[in-house]
Design a binder for this molecule. Structure first.
Ligand SMILES: Nc1nc2c(ncn2[C@@H]2O[C@H](COP(=O)(O)OP(=O)(O)OP(=O)(O)O)[C@@H](O)[C@H]2O)c(=O)[nH]1
Length: 349
């Protein structure tokens, strides 16, 4: 099939470089992306953002880009359950009158980057996309505990052409050196850069052309049901139009069950009714920060938590967040984990 745009057939158009941004939950992928998009790079960059849960908070947190250049791929993992969506979304980008100069895929924190790379080797995309690099973001502070608990962490690093050791402000220099040595032992040929708040120049991240196709498995990656992460993770979300009480919310965020690895969201606060607030929880670090004004948008709150499957009690969690609302009537919008609050049908409680 030959597709046309601006008088040129798609088969004649130069292939678009694609970067896959991987890294475990909360490592700093969106931070790296935002830092890059804010830089005056002069390129038209399109971003495909995948969140594991039903609500894609990440797509809302990406800034410095036209909204129609962000494609939201939520409620499943682009490496397995929603691979078709990734394919379709990429083809739609290729069909645009103004094609992007570069495409970045921000993968969900639990996805397998090699499986994503495989999608771009499919006959439909192969002539039009050139894989530039798989970039893995690593949380310098948490990497040791994460590698003990979660096998995807090491797999993501092993698949990388470039590794960004992020959050170096949170650890001493000797620790950074040790993490670097460990990463080198896993991927000796990968480029390794250390960064604070994802501060890596665009020239380093994009257009490096260091993708190693040799890493791709010869056979297509396993079907979803044999993918180990399907059975390990679950997400749950809480939504309300009621504002939160800041101190109560902060207290709750600091007392989440240890089986929850990540929580994030956009919330309304009674104390600051005009501004959005961003909630971030990674391990035992939690923050609520004021962000942009609500403007014409009616205030809302959306919180997503990601944790080990069946290791947290959603009823207790719902009560915990419910008790943080500032209003007296405590109207609850999300009484039950809805069908799509579970990332996979077989994960319903
Ligand atoms: N101290 C510190 N915090 C950081 C740094 N980089 C990111 N963070 C914080 O870490 C939290 C998670 O960052 P994100 O960029 O959202 O992480 P992510 O990998 O996109 O998260 P998921 O998409 O949920 O997997 C946020 O609160 C960031 O502000 C850093 O270098 N230092």
């Amino acid at each position: 099939m030959t597709r046309c745009f601006e008088g040129v057939s798609m088969s004649e158009a130069p292939a678009i470089p694609m970067t896959i941004l991987t890294g475990f939950l909360g490592a700093g992928k969106t931070t790296v992306l935002n830092r890059l998009l804010r830089e005056a790079h002069g390129r038209k960059i399109a971003v495909l953002v995948n969140d594991f849960g039903a609500i894609n908070i990440d797509a809302q947190l990406v800034v410095g880009i036209e909204r129609n250049d962000i494609v939201n791929l939520a409620n499943g993992c682009i490496c397995c359950t929603i691979r078709e969506d990734l394919l379709t979304a990429t083809l739609a980008l290729l069909d645009r009158a103004e094609r992007p100069d570069a495409i970045i895929v921000e993968a969900s924190g639990i996805s397998d980057p090699l499986a994503i790379a495989w999608t771009f080797r499919s006959p439909a995309l192969r002539p039009h996309i050139t894989l530039d690099a798989i970039v893995a973001v690593v949380d310098a502070e948490r990497i040791y505990e994460q590698r003990e608990q979660v096998m995807q962490v090491v797999d993501q690093i092993a698949a990388a052409d470039m590794v960004v050791i992020n959050k170096i402000d949170l650890v001493p220099p000797l620790h950074i050196h040790a993490v670097m040595t460990w990463i080198q032992s896993i991927v000796p040929r990968a480029r390794i850069v250390a960064a604070e708040y994802g501060d890596v120049p665009v020239q380093v991240l994009l257009g490096s052309g260091i993708y190693r196709i040799a890493l791709l498995p010869n056979q297509e990656v396993p079907e979803p049901h044999t993918h180990h992460h399907d059975h390990e993770w679950q997400t749950w979300h809480y939504q309300t139009t009621q504002p939160f009480h800041l101190r109560r919310l902060q207290h709750a965020l600091h007392h989440l069950p240890p089986s929850i690895f990540r929580a994030k969201g956009i919330v309304a606060l009674a104390e600051a009714p005009d501004r959005q607030a961003i909630v971030q929880v990674v391990g035992n670090r939690a923050s609520v920060q004021l962000s942009t004004p609500w403007g014409l948008t009616s205030p809302y709150s959306q919180l997503v938590v990601i944790g080990q499957r069946k290791r947290f009690d959603v009823v207790a969690l719902r009560q915990q967040f419910h008790a943080c609302l500032a209003s007296g009537d405590h109207e609850l919008c999300d009484q039950r984990p809805s069908a799509n609050a579970w990332s996979h049908p077989d994960q319903a409680p």
